[in-house]
Structure formats: C-alpha cells, structure tokens
Design a protein around this ligand. Structure first.
Ligand SMILES: Cc1cc2nc3c(=O)[nH]c(=O)nc-3n(C[C@H](O)[C@H](O)[C@H](O)COP(=O)(O)OP(=O)(O)OC[C@H]3O[C@@H](n4cnc5c(N)ncnc54)[C@H](O)[C@@H]3O)c2cc1C
Length: 470
C-alpha cells in the first residue's frame, strides 16, 4: 500500500474500533516481539476488536484494503506464528479484548468462552462450577484459549484428557472473507459432513480467526497423588509407563520424563527445587482418583512397589502433601528456566511412537555427539504421550551463543532421525514461521498439496497469517 493508502486504512480502522484500540509505533512494538525475545517483526498497526462483530468488520476492512492479518492471543507461541514479518505491511489482530465467559452449562458439562480468555481464567471458571478444565501449560497465566485452539496445545494432562482438540465441542470463527460461522452447540455427536471445527483447530490462524469455543468439562478429581521415581534407563521409564497404565488405568494423568542432566541444571540454578535422590533418569507420575486420596495412594503404592520389586525403578519419593506435590511439578516446570539460565540451546519439540522412543534417543544422541563433540542433550517431556523436548546445548563451559551456528546441522540430525522413526517434528508447538521449511522436507507431496488446496479454498486472497505453516 502507498502511505496514503495506509492512512486511509488506519483512519477507517480508528472509526471502526476507536482510536485507542488501533496501536502504532512504540505501542505496537511489544506485540511484534516473540516470547523468547529472539525475533522482532514490524506491524502496520495492532487492531484490538472487542466483539465477534468487530472482528468480522475488521477482517472485511483488511480484505478491502488487502492488508494481511496476524491473529494473536497471549503471544506465548514458540514458533513465531503470532508475530508479523519485518515488512510492516501486516496488522496484528489481537483477540485479548474478547475475554468473556459467555455461559457455563454444568448439566451438559460444557462452557462457552471467548477466544481471548486466559487459559487460567477458563480453568478458574470451570472450578467455580465444580468442574475441571484439564488443559494445563506452564504458560497458562498468559496464553489464551483461542491460541490454545489455534495451536492445538498439549501440556501435562494429554495422557488422560487429550489435546485441546479433544476438549472442544464447537467453535465460532470469523472466516477469511469476514463471515461469521458458528457451531457453538455443545454437541458430542454431529456427523453432518466435513468437520469444519477440526480444520480451524491447529491451523495457527492461517484459515480464519477463532472468536469463541464450547469447551468440554470433566468432573473434578477427588484426590491427586504425585511421585518422583528414580530409574536407570529410558527403557525402564517405558516399562514403568506400561505398568502404571495396567495398574492405574484412567487414573494415570501425568507421566513426565527428565534426564539426569535436566535435574543437574535445576540443581545448579534453582537448588531449593532439586530432589535428594540421584538417578540417570527420573519420572514424575501423577494419579487422579474420582474416589478418594486413599484410593489414589493405594494405586500409586501398588505400582511403585511392583516396579521396585521388578527392578524397573530404584527408588521413589511420594509427595505427602499438596506443597510437596507442587514442588515436584515445579522441578519439572523449571527445566526450561534452568536451561535458559545456563545459556542458549537448540530446541526440538518432537513426538514418536512409544515403541520407538528408546531407540530414537540412543541413536540420535550418538549422531549428535559424533557431529558436535561435547554437546549436551537436555531431554525431557511428556513421555506418556511420546512427546520429548529434545534440546541440544553447547559443551559445558563454552560460548552458548556461538554454538547456535550449529542449529541447521542439529535440526537436520534430529528431524531426519524423527522422520526415520515415524515421528513428528512438531508435537505440540505448531509450525509457525520457524519450522515451515522443515515441513516441506518431511510431509509427502500429496499432503502438502492437500494443505495448499485447503488454504486456497478458505483464504483465497492469502491474507490470513501469510508465511506461517505453508
Ligand atoms: C513457558 C511456556 C510453556 C509452554 N508450554 C507449552 C506446553 O506444555 N504445551 C504446548 O502445547 N505449548 C506450550 N507453550 C506454547 C504456547 O503457550 C502455546 O502454543 C499456546 O497455545 C499459545 O497460546 P497464545 O494465546 O499465547 O497464542 P499466540 O502465541 O498468540 O498464537 C499462537 C498461534 O495461534 C494463532 N492464534 C492465536 N489466537 C488465535 C485466534 N483466536 N484465532 C486464530 N488464530 C489464533 C496465532 O496466529 C499463532 O499462529 C508454552 C509456552 C511458554 C512460553
């Protein structure tokens, strides 16, 4: 657009939303920086509509002026999906003002919320109705439910409750041409043609703007028990997972793997959180019982006793209080913070069939050490879902910033191995702009062609979050 065209567009946006909700210059800058602070783009403006009708009118205005749009929730995404490129031609479409809980229906076990609601507020509103909304991420105080849906976020309870997709019964969406489509009916069954909801979930804002959703609620557990188990190998961790599934069934709600190096990093930077036990691998288990604390404790004790007797597990620490359970989760959640305190590293968010996880780790670690002698593998994650955060750090005592020059090589080694083991190069964070080129390497030509066909059909002008995913 010409400067005159830009001004005409901005005037029209101000008339639509009010001048205070059209941010430019320094006011727009925070919306253009990614969460990790590694990238800063530029926006023509940040537009902050407050209702679905305003979102629809904003999308129509952008379309009329051919202005690209980058939907944004809490801007906690880790793959550069929520920030504009450096051209300064796109607007950030912030959903933060659409933040109402529209309805809670305890009989249907659903709640209808707007896209800009913080995940933590959604959890609190569910708890207020004596229900559980089980999606849980370390970013829950900042991310929005719209962002969670747009990225199909995972988190710590996928093992029992599924991804965000599994927690959604219906959506309200503003399409790329500014129409409003709604399936906010709270239906558990609806086989009436193509599932449009599933197209918009996980699309990372490239097909339309999610403005509201009907979420699935669960009963609140009567009690939860948490334990930390000390093990020798990843194979042992997988054997413990099988055992825990067999003994605890749906009561098993969390199963997180942490290697010794992860715990060493936490010990170095947050010593108050480090456990007293020493092991080569650690597993954090969480059980939720709909009956009682005694029931959860019984299941946990049976599982751990059998694991210790069978030589799968060396030692275990069972949290005796809520505070101790929280401290164990803090240990897990501080791994990324301890890593950041240790220096820069090369991150991978991958998933594999459980049956191939151990072989993958063994051969990929060897390949990384051969190519990058002395590099350190910081491996942790939601093992119950086959999801690993498989991060590569610089050799101890060396310049971590300089080590980032090896990122393309490390990515190639890890992602080639993931592909060879039948896994995915993005388990829960999405593709955004960061992994877009890698997607072309690992998806089949047929799959990419089908995705492009969908993109062209639903966003023919290519204005919805251009340059992301495809
Ligand atoms: C400390 C930390 C821990 C994290 N832990 C996890 C984890 O365990 N599991 C996990 O899956 N992720 C995790 N994340 C990543 C991130 O929090 C999630 O991807 C989250 O779902 C993003 O929500 P958001 O509101 O911040 O979205 P944003 O970052 O604003 O946007 C993410 C993507 O969704 C699109 N988008 C946002 N809102 C909408 C909308 N209403 N309609 C259409 N498109 C939209 C954006 O264009 C962008 O492509 C973590 C991030 C941090 C910083």
């Amino acid at each position: 657009m010409t400067p005159a065209g830009d001004n005409a567009f901005l005037d029209a946006a101000r008339a639509l939303l009010g001048a205070v909700h059209v941010l430019t210059g320094a006011d727009a800058a925070p919306y253009c920086r990614d969460w990790r602070g590694r990238y800063t783009g530029r926006a023509l403006a940040v537009l902050r509509p407050a209702t679905t009708d305003e979102v629809a009118a904003t999308v129509r205005l952008c379309r009329e002026h051919r202005v690209p749009m980058v939907p944004q929730g809490g801007n906690t995404g880790l793959v550069l999906g929520s920030v504009p490129d450096g051209s300064g031609t796109a607007v950030v479409l912030s959903l933060q003002r659409l933040n109402r809980v529209r309805a809670v229906d305890p009989l249907n076990n659903t709640m209808t919320v707007e896209a800009g609601c913080l995940l933590q507020h959604v959890q609190e509103a569910a708890a207020g109705a004596q229900r559980l909304f089980p999606l849980s991420l370390a970013s829950e105080g900042s991310c929005t439910i719209g962002g969670n849906l747009a990225t199909n976020a995972g988190g710590t309870a996928v093992l029992r409750y599924g991804n965000t997709r599994d927690l959604c019964f219906g959506l309200e969406v503003v399409t790329a041409d500014g129409e409003i489509w709604s399936s906010l009916r709270g239906l558990r069954k609806d086989n009436t043609g193509y599932d449009l909801r599933d197209l918009y979930i996980g699309a990372e804002g490239t097909l339309g703007v999610i403005t509201a959703a009907v979420l699935k609620l669960h009963p609140q557990p009567a009690a939860q028990m948490t334990a930390l188990a000390a093990l020798d190998t990843v194979e042992d961790a997988l054997a413990l997972l099988q055992l825990a599934h067999a003994r605890c069934g749906p009561a098993l709600t969390g199963f997180e793997l942490m290697s010794a190096l992860c715990i060493d990093l936490v010990r170095a930077h947050f010593p108050q959180l480090a456990p007293a036990m020493a092991a080569r691998q650690y597993v954090l288990l969480e059980l939720s019982s709909s009956e009682s604390a005694a029931h959860a404790a019984g299941l946990l004790e049976t599982t751990l006793d059998e694991a210790i007797a069978g030589g799968i597990c060396g030692d275990a620490l069972v949290a005796a209080s809520l505070a101790q359970a929280q401290a164990l989760w803090q240990l897990r959640e501080h791994i990324p913070l301890a890593q950041a305190a240790d220096g820069k590293n090369i991150k991978h968010d991958i998933s594999l069939p459980l049956s191939r996880v151990a072989h993958f780790i063994a051969v990929t670690e060897t390949a990384l050490h051969d190519a990058l002698p002395g590099c350190r593998l910081v491996c942790f994650g939601h093992l119950g879902d086959g999801n690993l955060h498989f991060n590569v750090a610089a050799p101890a005592g060396t310049d971590s910033e300089a080590f980032l020059v090896h990122q393309p090589l490390a990515n190639r080694i890890v992602h080639d191995s993931v592909h060879a083991h039948g896994g995915s190069i993005s388990a829960e964070h999405g593709i955004g702009a960061l992994k877009r080129d890698d997607l072309l390497l690992y998806k089949s030509a047929t799959e990419i062609a089908l995705m492009r066909t969908l993109k062209r059909a639903l966003d023919p002008d290519g204005l919805m979050n251009p340059g992301k995913v495809l």
